[in-house]
Design a protein around this ligand. Structure first.
Ligand SMILES: [Zn+2]
Length: 325
């Protein structure tokens, strides 16, 4: 396990030789709630998702939103946060990745990008910073093409909560070289566009299952790894059944790759900021609770403890404080 020398002076640091080789993978799905078990509107009930079913013992729906499959579980996490209106990504993701109710802080759901008023909160309390301060080696696995870095360089500031958190915290963003050396995953999982549209003739598409295996091997090099999949939210807004099928099948295959060869020394947490794609009868976000699912080594630490999206980061930090570091 790699460990940066900058962590050397941290009072929580433990001799790397004595540390258990335990790893945490946070799979962030944008816009996935637990909704009605109706195949006409809920693609989780019209598209076959064999890996999700196998890992979690079924597909959750409103009347059956808690699944317990022994070593893995699914639970609903409140995304309304006691604030009126439809949940949005800026406040939802800030709440998910800081543990502070960001919608309460500004008095409204706001998005998709973080509101200027909550940037200081994000800077101080984002999960990357908190875990890094504890001495954890943290990694954001999404890889960005040169076009993204040019966009940032030219002064554009419309950045997602995760990307902004990394920049605020000094976590390097993965780039084309990360794709080449196996340290990064494309935001679309398969890297379909890198060769065909983004000008990278040497970056081959990956099957989503192989991308999952790659993501697992990335997670095994770090204490904490996050991968963000935003296409679930896009599919929900577009209400496009073909796109939704590709997006969910790719996610399911990714899960298959991550969990192939067992989950020893790896904890997988899947969480979302708000509902959307689970109800294709509307193009907006929904009032449904977010999907939260956990599997692997420390899954039991989370079972029944994530009633709100604000509970996710504090619980992960609790795990690192108690068991990891
Ligand atoms: Zn959205």
């Amino acid at each position: 396990m790699s460990r940066s020398s900058t962590h050397g002076g941290n009072p929580h640091s433990v001799d790397p030789v004595r540390r258990r080789r335990s790893h945490f993978l946070f799979l962030f799905l944008d816009g996935v709630g637990i909704g009605k078990g109706d195949p006409d509107i809920n693609p989780f009930f019209s598209i076959d998702l064999p890996h999700f079913r196998k890992i979690f013992g079924g597909i959750p729906y409103t009347e059956h939103s808690v699944l317990d499959n022994g070593s893995s579980s699914v639970q609903p996490s409140d995304a309304l946060l006691g604030v009126e209106g439809l949940p949005q990504s800026g406040t939802g993701q800030t709440s998910l990745f800081t543990g502070v109710n960001a919608a309460r802080v500004i008095g409204a759901h706001f998005g998709p990008y973080p509101h200027s008023q909550i940037k200081p909160l994000l800077e101080e309390k984002n999960i990357f910073r908190v875990l890094k301060t504890l001495g954890a080696d943290v990694h954001f696995a999404n890889a960005f093409p040169k076009q993204f870095f040019e966009y940032v360089e030219s002064g554009h500031r419309k950045l997602s909560v995760t990307t902004m958190s990394c920049m605020m915290t000094g976590i390097p963003l993965c780039n084309a070289d990360s794709m080449r050396n196996g340290d990064g995953i494309s935001a679309d999982i398969t890297a379909e566009r890198w060769r065909s549209e983004l000008g990278y003739s040497d970056i081959e598409p990956l099957s989503p299952f192989d991308a999952g295996k790659r993501l697992k091997s990335i997670a095994q090099k770090h204490d904490f790894t996050m991968f963000e999949y935003f296409l679930t939210d896009k599919a929900g807004h577009d209400r496009n059944k073909t796109l939704t099928e590709i997006v969910l099948k790719n996610f399911d295959e990714l899960l298959g790759g991550v969990t192939s060869d067992g989950m020893e020394n790896l904890t997988l947490l899947i969480s979302s900021d708000h509902g959307n794609v689970e109800d294709l009868s509307v193009k907006t976000h929904t009032l449904n609770p977010s999907l939260t699912a956990v599997a692997g080594e420390h899954a039991g630490f989370f079972k029944g403890r994530l009633g709100s999206i604000c509970d996710v980061t504090p619980r992960i930090v609790g795990l690192f404080t108690e068991r990891f570091l």
